[in-house]
Design a protein around this ligand. Structure first.
Ligand SMILES: [Zn+2]
Ligand SMILES: [Zn+2]
Length: 373
């Protein structure tokens, strides 16, 4: 079964705000939550809505989805990594009852967020690959306080209101029975800690933004829309969790002469009427340098020649594409008197013979078409 469009699943428009998306999801979650719903296929519908919400509520994933849909554009470079751990039903109950809190232990290690970086390459750079350094702003643990957020020499205190859990439980009677409503602890904002003396470098966040220089190897044959995953170069993990990944999204600038489709390169070469009729040997540019191409006498416009392995290397190392060279015969304009004279003479001695020879009885068919039979 093909997947439904995420916007359609949630019943929101493409430009829906984060709030609208959340509201729409909340409504569906209430309707289809498998613990409470009596609707048919509730659990599938719930799953579908959850998946749509997970994508559309995450700015990065949403952008990715808007661009590529359900398709995984990574083509072997690895998909979007973990990072987001949507724990079971905790999120749902929080949403039901307006807590908005987290069920997870605030002290548990969490993977850092994945980052996305768009890199624009020249046409040739994509074909031959490139080794480069990029500077990416990344949130990292603060060096001054080692990520604790507390002034060096001091330690954060455990929050007395939530006893370090970061959340406060409240029991509530609902139509479904007694439910525990978890709320973020407002005293510690869910961190479970109270910092009296804040670190001056990070202002108590424990994290600072740095410009990270990252080395990236672009493989030869990469193409528009491909992604390169650089493991561990996303945002720093929290509480000792692993760092997220960096995704480099590739854009390729168009070339003024070549077009590319996968591993193949296409171009069009103008020929004069005389070259096409008499044959010639011409120089054709390729990304690998000039190549001599023999044009046989009587070449027609639109005829395509293949220059084997003069295209782009396959990004997965599976051989090399070709260059396809299409002939375009240019009708001469602004002829001199002498040129006109020669062409008239040429016409007089050849008549329609040459054309009829190559196009069968084209003129016969055309005459019949005029008569309508
Ligand atoms: Zn607290
Ligand atoms: Zn600090």
């Amino acid at each position: 079964m093909s997947k439904r469009d995420y916007y359609e699943v949630l019943g929101v428009s493409q430009d829906a705000s984060k709030d609208e998306i959340k509201k729409a999801y909340r409504k569906l979650a209430r309707k289809y939550h498998p613990d409470v719903s009596e609707e048919e296929n509730a659990s599938e519908k719930f799953k579908e809505a959850k998946e749509a919400y997970e994508t559309l509520s995450d700015q990065q994933k949403r952008a990715q989805y808007d661009q590529f849909g359900h398709q995984d554009p990574n083509q072997g470079f690895g998909g979007f990594g973990g990072g987001q751990d949507f724990g079971g039903f905790g999120d749902i109950f929080d949403m039901f009852f307006g807590g908005g809190g987290r069920q997870r232990d605030p002290n548990a290690p969490r993977k850092g967020a994945d980052l996305q970086y768009t890199m624009t390459l020249q046409f040739e750079e994509a074909i031959f690959g490139k080794s480069t350094d990029v500077e990416i702003p990344v949130e990292e643990a603060c060096d001054t306080c080692d990520g604790s957020g507390a002034k060096p020499g001091t330690t954060p205190d455990t929050c007395p209101h939530c006893e370090g859990s970061g959340q406060i439980n409240q029991e509530q009677n609902t139509p479904f029975g007694r439910v525990v409503n978890r709320r973020v602890c407002h005293y510690c904002q869910g961190s479970g800690k109270i910092i009296k003396d804040k670190c001056q470098t990070c202002g108590g966040d424990g994290r600072v933004t740095k410009r990270n220089k990252i080395h990236i190897d672009i493989p030869a044959g990469i193409d528009e829309g491909h992604q390169i995953r650089v493991q561990g170069k996303g945002e720093a993990g929290v509480n000792g969790g692993p760092a997220g990944d960096l995704f480099v999204v590739i854009r390729v600038q168009p070339h003024e002469f070549f077009q590319r489709d996968g591993d193949h390169i296409f171009c069009e070469i103008p020929l004069t009427f005389a070259q096409a009729a008499l044959g010639d040997e011409i120089e054709v540019p390729t990304v690998h340098g000039k190549v001599m191409l023999k044009i046989p006498a009587g070449t027609q416009t639109g005829k395509t020649f293949r220059l084997k392995e003069k295209g782009a290397p396959n990004v997965h190392g599976r051989g090399q594409g070709d260059q396809h060279v299409k002939m375009k015969i240019i009708t001469p304009k602004n002829l001199t008197e002498r040129q006109k004279e020669l062409l008239r003479e040429f016409n007089d001695i050849s008549g329609n013979e040459a054309t009829e020879e190559q196009h069968g009885n084209f003129f016969e068919r055309m005459k019949r078409a005029f008569k309508g039979d």
